[in-house]
Design a protein around this ligand. Structure first.
Ligand code: A2P
Length: 271
């Protein structure tokens, strides 16, 4: 067999589970995007995360959970990360360049998957900061649009520059040759800032509770309906807790793979 006889040296890896960085984009002094090669064996569902990292000083890898920000059909893997100056991993990860290797364990897991939700009509993606990463995957999954009539992406950051990664992605979707047709006019985007002026202001929580997002986007109703609305939440612990309280008040319950319900939650990468 020609394939097994082929020399392996050209793709020799220096790290276990190594993948090669193919692109890096810095958005702010606190946020960056990077893309890596994808292990051939890696199958995942949109919204899941994997452990990625770098070898530590003592040779022991420093690994953290990162949502995969690219769709399952993509040949590479996208990630979106904060930079923490004294963070054990991100203080070093922020300096990666194309051609560098990172460690990526090809074992995807997570609760932010469409299968953990009951069928519905309207799907909400609710995120703060880097919590938009899993939705960068889900917004490019044809399944999202096959299962729901309307998809609403709410994303809150302190400043306008921190919204840029999400904005670029959302704006590219209608023209995307692979996913554009599925997206059509189903995706509604509601970016807000809390500490710098922009078109729409305020926290996701406040704009949901007050009904402002329904008015601004011309959506049906003034609150979520447990019969037709489904939601996925990804942000800080406090954000997740506050959004859950609002949705529970409207009669939505948390679902899981084993028991689908009205919403699912995941903590965004911290530190
Ligand atoms: P705010 O500026 O009012 O704190 P951070 O950078 O601290 O992670 O915050 C990211 C965004 O999430 C900010 O716009 C912040 O708003 C908002 N935020 C922080 N905590 C909550 C919360 N408990 N509920 C809703 N939004 C939150």
């Amino acid at each position: 067999n020609q394939q097994t006889a082929a020399p392996q040296t050209a793709t020799k890896k220096t790290l276990p589970d190594a993948q090669t960085v193919t692109e890096v984009r810095h958005y702010t002094d606190r946020l960056f995007y990077f893309r890596t090669t994808r292990p051939q064996s890696l199958r995942f569902r949109s919204g899941e995360f994997v452990m990625i990292g770098l070898p530590g000083e003592d040779g022991k890898p420093i690994m953290r959970a990162y949502s995969i920000a690219s769709p399952a059909w993509d040949e590479g893997l996208d990630f979106y990360s904060i930079k923490v100056q004294d963070g054990p991993l991100t203080s070093r990860l922020q300096h990666i360049q194309p051609g560098d290797e990172i460690i990526l364990r090809p074992k995807p897991v997570g609760t932010l998957v469409l299968d953990a939700l009951l069928p519905g009509k309207r799907l909400w993606f609710l995120a703060t900061g880097t919590g938009i990463a899993p939705f960068a995957s889900l917004m490019r999954d044809p399944d999202t649009y096959e299962r729901y009539d309307e998809v609403i992406m709410m994303h809150t950051c302190r400043e306008v520059a921190e919204l840029e990664f999400g904005r670029q992605l959302v704006e590219s979707l209608p023209e995307d040759p692979l996913i554009g047709e599925f997206v059509g006019d189903k995706l509604k985007y509601y970016p807000t800032t809390t500490r710098e002026d922009s078109k729409w202001m305020g926290r996701v929580t406040d704009n949901l509770a007050s009904g402002k997002v329904f008015a601004d986007l011309g959506l049906e109703g003034t609150q979520m309906d447990p019969v037709t609305d489904r939601a996925m939440v990804c942000g800080s612990l406090d954000f997740n807790k506050d959004v859950m309280a609002i949705m529970e008040g409207w009669g939505l319950n948390e679902g899981a793979n084993s028991e689908p319900a009205q919403y699912v939650v995941e903590k965004a990468f911290v530190g």
